[in-house]
Design a binder for this molecule. Sequence first.
Ligand code: TYM
Length: 354
Amino acid sequence: MSDFQPLVFSGVQPTGNLHLGNYLGAIRKFVALQENNDCIYCVVDLHAITAQLVHDDMPGQIRAIAAAFIASGIDPKKHIVFNQSAVPQHAELAWIFNCVARIGWMNRMTQFKDKAGKDRENASLGLFAYPSLMAADILVYRATHVPVGDDQKQHLELARDIAQKFNNDFSEHIRRAGHGIDTMVGEEAVHAFFPTVEPLIDGPAPRVMSLRDGTKKMSKSDASDLSRVNLMDDAETISKKIRKAKTDPDALPSEVDGLKGRPEADNLVGIYAALSDKTKEQVLSEFGGQQFSVFKPALVDLSVAVLAPITGEMRRLMDDTSHIDGILRNGGERARARAEKTMKQVREIIGFLQ
Ligand code: TYM
């Protein structure tokens, strides 16, 4: 019984400022995973035009995400860093997945409802079909593991549904073409072309919350810049934002259970834990019983110590556009070769002449 080759894939949209949520929920995990895995990290520019079609500085936004990946420690020689539109096979597979996925599945996507808001009729068709493209991003490499923040969980469940339906509907064709792999889905032995994607959402900060409201996700689109720490913020700004972060009047508890019903305290402890590669338990064993007047300065120091070198390196890289463009071009070529290998097989399975 063989199984799918482990492969990590993830993507980040080139829209707006990257913030601490993107860093802790995604990019920091990308860096950790590259030690023991084959990884592909993508700047998903095709996704960026779903909510807003026209962007003032698309090239700059794409380069900024690539720079953030590299400044955070991703090695673009060992792994692949590229921008999505350089590999047209993503869009080709997304079209096929549009025909696999059901409208009813898409209608259940909470992120579409949030992003489309009240004026659903006026949202782009691309925004509605977005999860199909996201499934294609992953499955065009037959990737097995996807590090993301908690907000992407539902999209990854949909990617699993799409893969499963493709495997089922084309099972005879997959056998005939000889491209399937024997694997397990739960307890069941199956012959599959696409793997069952495993989301990697764990860690102490899977959902970093707004610094102004512990019940709202930290987000690029929040009107208040004080709600988030941006990756490009300088030390003084980081310090101001954390000092102004909403808290409650109590001291920190000694046990994680004591964070229940205290979303702001929970969020700041989670951030501290993720930035220091500790658990929340370990953070509370150090700070339990302390007031925020002690904890916040420690969090400022830690945040600046972790982020300042990344910000500095990002700025340096963004000044050297030909270097970044070279990395993306090289990554794009390598990604394209891999994606085309899958697509040749997909076309053969479906029966398209090529
Ligand atoms: P995007 O660009 O909105 O966000 C990039 C990554 O950051 C995570 N994230 C957070 N994590 C914790 N707390 C937060 N407050 C927070 N805000 C954002 C996101 O979960 C994400 O991991 N659809 C994706 C991009 C995408 C993708 C893919 C991801 C396209 N194709 C294929 C994985 C695999 C998105 O819009 O992420």
